[in-house]
Design a protein around this ligand. Structure first.
Ligand SMILES: [Zn+2]
Ligand SMILES: [Zn+2]
Length: 331
């Protein structure tokens, strides 16, 4: 995980991911992923019934977001695997990856491959999820739309060669075994909820109600919440916000997304310095994910933390304009 490959520019944009290709022409869906998204979303309203709504669901949601969203996706999938922004003891690295898997956002190899392609082609032909043309495409439609490029082995060989040798990551990816790990975590977490219900109430009725409440808030609502705030980085933080750096894309620093994601919304900063472990570049750009890494560093559990280094030509561009380059309007 020490070196991040920098793929050579691709002179011929792949038609599967080309923005130049009419959107209507790439509607082949990944139905199992679409079905999972629909089913999990459809369960969310059940968390707001009188039988199931609980105020303790809110802190459970926020703590769940920190564990699975911030440590799993932000730190594990994104900063550690994609950008080699920091190193941790191997058991912790595995734990971050497992937390990411439990966020139901794809296998680590698929996620990292997609994100490295995004950095190479941000908001231009080849970007898997630019919201330049349509917000919804960049937010979530791209996820359940087939892109054959990311199913081909040579794409992985090109974009994630440093991770292909990792047996654990390969095992999760092959045969979509990461989905079984996700399912196992759902069963485990739900069992914990029912067990705690029995411990608290000592009645079957109380245990069932607590178990259902726990399942809905710790698994279903949390999964949907982490999904959308992650996706907002790709959509909202490529459209709305301020730009500190003149990067060659539409990335923005969006404080709402940054607060929701514990730091990932300082996305213009991230595009200006992709390897940097900290995505907050000013003192008030709070990045709790990075704060957590700093705490781990203090106790010797994190090292090789990549510093903020913005290329001179991008940093100097920051003096020219604080405005985002306005993307074309949505059709
Ligand atoms: Zn981006
Ligand atoms: Zn990135």
């Amino acid at each position: 995980m020490s070196t991040v490959p920098v793929p050579a520019p691709n002179p011929t944009p792949n038609p599967e991911t080309s923005l130049a290709k009419p959107l209507a022409a790439r509607k082949r869906r990944v139905f199992w992923f679409l079905a999972a998204i629909v089913v999990v979303h459809a369960l969310v309203p059940f968390a707001f019934l009188p039988y199931t709504f609980v105020w303790w669901g809110i802190p459970v949601l926020l703590i769940g977001n920190f564990i699975f969203g911030s440590l799993g996706i932000n730190l594990g999938y994104h900063r550690m695997l994609t950008h080699s922004a920091a190193k941790f003891p191997r058991p912790l690295e595995r734990l971050w990856v497992l937390f990411g898997v439990c966020s139901l956002e794809g296998s680590p190899l698929w996620w990292v491959c997609t994100h490295r392609i995004h950095h190479q082609h941000s908001d231009e032909d080849g970007d898997p999820h630019s919201p330049k043309d349509r917000f919804y495409w960049g937010h979530m439609e791209w996820i359940y739309t087939a892109a054959e490029r990311r199913q081909k082995l040579d794409t992985y060989g090109r974009y994630v060669p440093d991770l292909m040798g990792d047996k654990f990551l390969r095992w999760l990816h092959r045969g979509e075994k990461w989905l079984f790990v996700w399912a196992a975590h759902v069963v485990l977490l739900t069992a914990v909820g029912f067990g705690a219900g029995f411990a608290f109430f000592s009645t079957t009725e109380g245990a069932v109600q607590f178990g259902v409440q726990w399942f809905l808030w710790a698994v279903i609502v949390r999964t949907v919440y982490v999904w959308h705030i992650t996706w907002l980085v790709n959509s909202a933080a490529h459209r709305w916000g301020y730009r500190s750096y003149k990067t060659n894309d539409y990335s923005t620093n969006n404080w709402v997304v940054a607060l929701l994601t514990n730091g990932e919304g300082w996305h213009n900063n991230h595009h200006a310095a992709p390897r940097a472990c900290s995505q907050g570049h000013r003192w008030w750009e709070v990045d709790l994910t990075f704060t957590f890494v700093r705490l781990l560093q203090l106790v010797g559990l994190a090292w090789d933390i990549a510093p903020v280094k913005v290329p001179k030509h991008i940093a100097e561009g920051s003096k020219e304009s604080g405005e985002a380059s306005p993307p074309p309007p949505s059709p």
